[in-house]
Ligand binder design. Structure first.
Ligand SMILES: [Zn+2]
Length: 122
């Protein structure tokens, strides 16, 4: 479905996606932070497994591998969750669509189909 401006009916509409971009960024940072905790866990598990399997050298390698996996996993999940949340905020709270013709800002009328707006409105 093509969007048109409710004010001047122009088809030149852009999506601003402000919260989505912010959410993705914040989610990645937050996810990396929580991923750091997971990385410590992963490092401990990895070094223990590595020690049993390959001795002291294996412990070091296992620790690195575990930390890397834990950190990456946290950052990725955080980023995705943040972007998803931002998408909801864009659609429900901010006027995500902007008319290039008259500058009118409005909410995407199709966004309500994907999410239940009742959850986000008081
Ligand atoms: Zn317009």
């Amino acid at each position: 479905m093509v969007l048109s401006c409710p004010h001047c009916q122009s088809m030149k509409i852009v999506k601003r996606d402000v919260a989505k971009r912010m959410g993705g960024l914040l989610g990645t940072v937050g996810g990396a932070a929580s991923g750091a905790a997971k990385a410590m866990e992963g490092a401990q598990v990895g070094s223990r497994v590595g020690l049993v399997a390959f001795g002291p050298m294996g412990a070091t390698l296992g620790g690195f591998a575990g930390a890397l996996l834990g950190g990456l996993l946290g950052a990725t999940t955080g980023g995705v969750a943040g972007a998803k949340l931002g998408e909801v905020i864009d659609a429900q709270v901010l006027h995500n669509c902007e008319c290039l013709h008259c500058g009118h800002r409005f909410s995407d009328p199709n966004a309500d189909e994907a999410f239940d707006p009742g959850v986000f409105r008081a």
